[in-house]
Ligand binder design. Structure first.
Ligand SMILES: O=C(O)CCC(=O)C(=O)O
Ligand SMILES: [Fe+2]
Length: 202
């Protein structure tokens, strides 16, 4: 099956590094040709995670789902995630991301941004389970959203990129160590968007 048309990954070359220094972020625009947004919305067991702030329970501004190959739990933003098994569709997306990045992944975090009020604040994916200088493959489907980086120490170093339906973004090298990233809220009234980050734990 040629769902993602990646028989010839070389047409995408090595990708261009979006970061000026201290990390590597490679963008492969429209890497996934097939629009699987609706299928992903449908098949995913979305969860509304909550955080406690000053004793009050607040909904995360997005829905999430956590996939893994084993029953290992993963603590993310203070939330304990028990993974569900990869679906055939997710597995196919994972294989294409592995082929392009040259790295193996065993977990995936899905984020569902329902509208412009949904977002993810500044953070880096630097949990110790991911190891030093992890390779993380991010795949986006649905509406375009802005994805931003800012350097942890050099405050004027910022990078902003639009992530579109089907884009593959690979973060590697010192990216998580040296940079924060976020998906800011927007008043532009975008449609819904799903992002998948494939990671290797352990
Ligand atoms: O939605 C995105 O593009 C990024 C998601 C992200 O940073 C994460 O899941 O850690
Ligand atoms: Fe992240």
């Amino acid at each position: 099956m040629d769902l993602f048309n990646n028989d010839d990954v070389n047409v995408f070359g090595q990708g261009q590094n979006l970061l000026p220094f201290d990390g590597e972020v490679l963008l492969f625009p429209y890497f996934f040709k097939e629009d699987v947004f609706a299928r992903l919305v449908e098949e995913t067991p979305w969860k509304q995670d909550k955080m406690k702030i000053y004793g009050r329970e607040i909904d995360f501004p997005r829905l999430t789902a956590w996939y893994g190959e084993s029953d290992e739990v993963y603590v993310y933003s203070g939330v304990v995630n028990v993974p569900v098994r990869f679906s055939p569709l997710l597995n196919e997306i994972k294989l294409a991301a592995q082929q392009q990045s040259g790295h193996q992944f065993n977990t995936a975090l899905l984020n569902y941004y329902r509208n412009g009020n949904d977002s993810m604040g500044w953070h880096s994916d630097d949990e110790s389970e991911l190891g030093i200088n992890p390779v993380i493959a991010s795949v986006s489907f649905g509406a375009a959203r802005t994805f931003q980086f800012k350097h942890k120490r050099q405050k004027d170093a910022k990078v902003s990129v639009e992530l579109n339906n089907g884009d593959l973004l690979i973060m590697q090298g010192g990216t998580q160590h040296n940079w924060l990233h976020q998906v800011p809220k927007t008043a532009k009234k975008p449609g819904p968007r799903i992002n998948i980050t494939f990671r290797k734990i352990g």
